[in-house]
Design a protein around this ligand. Structure first.
Ligand SMILES: C[S@@+](CC[C@H](N)C(=O)[O-])C[C@H]1O[C@@H](n2cnc3c(N)ncnc32)[C@H](O)[C@@H]1O
Length: 254
């Protein structure tokens, strides 16, 4: 199917709606107040990143760290389909919520030490998940397989401290880092570096850049700073910001 043929696409979408029954977790926006606006804002940001790597000849996969119900992953898949980016997408998440707060940087942060805003550790209630009839990571993969081919969607379930011990054997073109914590973010950056996945031109999209009052001593801002100071292979320049909290950076090989 030509992904730009809107008539055929709406027929397929109608067919899938009729066939599925039940809810589609990847279409539920849990994080933002206004789902339509959030979709527009994030679509534009991800589209800029994907066009940059696709047209600019930066090979490799999209890797998402922080999947939750697959809302942002769906946006990535839809854009990849639309712009003929035929690479893989990796979905890294515990699918069981946030890890223990092992870093004092997180425990002392405004969001945890101060407001404890993730007291439920961002975990879906088990009873609620039963409606999907299968472990929700497989529900997410199946729903996204209606957008791009299933073999391109690689689910890595578990905490990053485990799943990044063996990194994908390919470069990352776009890393979407939406895992809230300093500890998780630094594990992602160090893991991708150790696994030789980073390259000249890799785009880093930080969804939580302005969390913690945008204070550079916490969260994703602190993690990028610490990562850049810890190695000499890459520098980074800021590219654009999006929404109230997101920021895009481009990595440069030295
Ligand atoms: C804000 S949610 C992601 C939202 C998603 N990108 C969206 O737009 O719908 C953060 C996710 O990061 C995951 N996460 C955070 N730290 C993690 C870690 N160290 N290992 C695995 N998953 C982690 C949590 O399980 C949670 O699902």
């Amino acid at each position: 199917m030509n992904p730009l043929n809107s008539e055929v696409r709406s027929q397929i979408e109608q067919f899938l709606r009729d066939r599925q029954g039940g809810d589609d977790l990847t279409k539920m926006c849990f994080v933002f107040f206004d789902a339509d606006r959030a979709k527009r804002v994030h679509d534009e940001a991800y589209r800029r990143a994907l066009e940059f790597v696709t047209i600019g000849g930066i090979p490799g996969a999209v890797m998402e760290f922080g999947v939750l119900g697959g809302w942002s992953a769906r946006i990535f898949c839809e854009i990849m389909r639309d712009i003929f980016n035929l690479n893989d997408i990796y979905l890294f998440d515990s699918f069981d919520g946030l890890p223990e707060y092992t870093s004092a940087i997180d425990r002392d942060s405004y969001e945890i030490g101060g407001r404890n805003i993730w007291s439920g550790k961002m975990k879906f209630p088990a009873d609620w998940l039963k409606q999907f009839g299968q472990p929700h990571q497989w529900h997410i993969r199946d729903r996204l397989s209606e957008v791009i081919r299933p073999e391109r969607i690689i689910v890595r379930q578990g905490f990053y401290s485990e799943t990044l011990k063996a990194t994908p054997q390919e470069k990352v073109a776009v890393a979407h880092i939406d895992c809230d914590l300093y500890q998780s973010t630094i594990e992602v950056l160090e893991g991708l570096h150790r696994g030789n996945c980073l390259q000249d031109g890799t785009v880093l999209l930080f969804d939580d850049w302005n969390c913690n009052k945008a204070n550079p001593n916490f969260g994703e801002r602190r993690a990028l700073r610490d990562f850049l100071q810890s190695q000499r292979d890459f520098t980074a320049t800021p590219w654009f910001t999006y929404g109230w909290g997101g920021a895009a950076y481009i990595l440069h090989a030295t």
